[in-house]
Design a protein around this ligand. Structure first.
Ligand code: FPP
Length: 285
């Protein structure tokens, strides 16, 4: 009897210790990474980061949890990343939350995600507003449930004058659809005689994209080992640097983000030009 009690006590102590260690190490990581790490150059940070939050389902399955738990944890990761962008002076974050292709998932998962978006918006809006987040949604919002759309519109309206950090969420978003509808809008203006074909420039087309008014992303981060764009911001990411990591999205914490920014700062962004003046001799030699 006594032996059993002591074994139970010992197990409880070990569990408590391991929780304590985990808590202390998480608290230390957050504390040390609250300000910009000293090995990052504040002048060389991306102004705008786009994220493809991949691997929620696989992370959950690996933990013996239902896939939806992965999305719930993924939402926490996104929240912390947004706060980190604000803390570290990064101007804008765009997250791919639901693509036009994601409707092909089991309807229980789609329903869960839609409810999650709406619930998070209701729950987090006041805090995001207090923290100066400007929220914007991109995608075909007409395809979403009315109550979700209402929350989205409310949050965009309420935060429109904030300027601490810009937070764009792509929901029911597909880049080809976005570009096609921009072309259609421009063509309609030509048909009405408001424009001539000569007046169609890149700048004009951009004015008809969902992202008008936002800068182009400088860095794309995709988690879970997948290395593709999946119909995300194809126009806007023409010159974005790509960072792929094997880490699943729910595990993508501030130290992972730090690694992505270090990798970004080691890239040589030439935008099609050359990094140093080239002499005539070097061109032909
Ligand atoms: C991809 O992982 C993730 C999604 C399709 C959903 C992402 C949504 C969130 C993290 C919630 C964000 C909340 C707001 C309010 C924006 P996956 O399911 O494809 O994972 P898998 O590849 O392992 O199956």
């Amino acid at each position: 009897m006594n032996l059993t009690r002591s074994a139970v006590l010992q197990t409880a102590l070990v569990t408590f210790n391991s929780y304590l260690e985990q808590y202390v190490s998480t608290a230390m990581t957050i504390q040390t990474l609250e300000t910009l790490p000293s090995d990052l150059d504040p002048r060389g940070l991306p102004n705008h980061i786009a994220v493809i939050m991949d691997g929620n389902g696989r992370w959950a399955q690996g933990q013996g949890l239902p896939r939806i738990e992965g999305h719930r944890r993924g939402a926490n990761t996104l929240k912390d990343l947004l706060r980190c962008c604000k803390d570290w002076g990064i101007g804008a974050l765009t997250a791919y939350a639901f693509s036009t292709e994601n409707w092909r998932r089991p309807h229980e998962e789609v329903d869960f995600l839609m409810v999650l978006f709406e619930r998070l918006l209701r729950k987090e809006l006041a805090e995001m507003h207090r923290e100066g987040v400007r929220i914007h949604f991109i995608g075909d919002l007409s395809g979403l449930h009315t109550s979700l759309r209402r929350e989205m519109e409310r949050s965009m309206e309420q935060t429109q004058h904030n300027d601490a950090v810009e937070f764009n969420v792509a929901i029911n978003y597909g880049s080809r659809h976005e570009i096609t509808q921009a072309c259609r809008l421009v063509a309609e203006r030509v048909e009405r005689g408001e424009l001539t074909a000569d007046a169609i420039t890149e700048e004009l087309l951009e004015r008809h994209l969902y992202t008008f008014g936002s800068s182009d992303p400088d860095l794309l981060i995709r988690t879970s080992g997948e290395q593709r764009l999946s119909n995300f911001l194809l126009w806007q990411m023409a010159y974005a640097e790509m960072y792929f990591t094997d880490v699943f999205w729910p595990q993508f914490d501030r130290s992972q983000f730090h690694q992505a920014l270090l990798a970004f700062q080691n890239r040589d962004r030439r935008f099609g030009a050359v990094s140093e003046p080239v002499t005539a001799q070097a061109l032909t030699a």
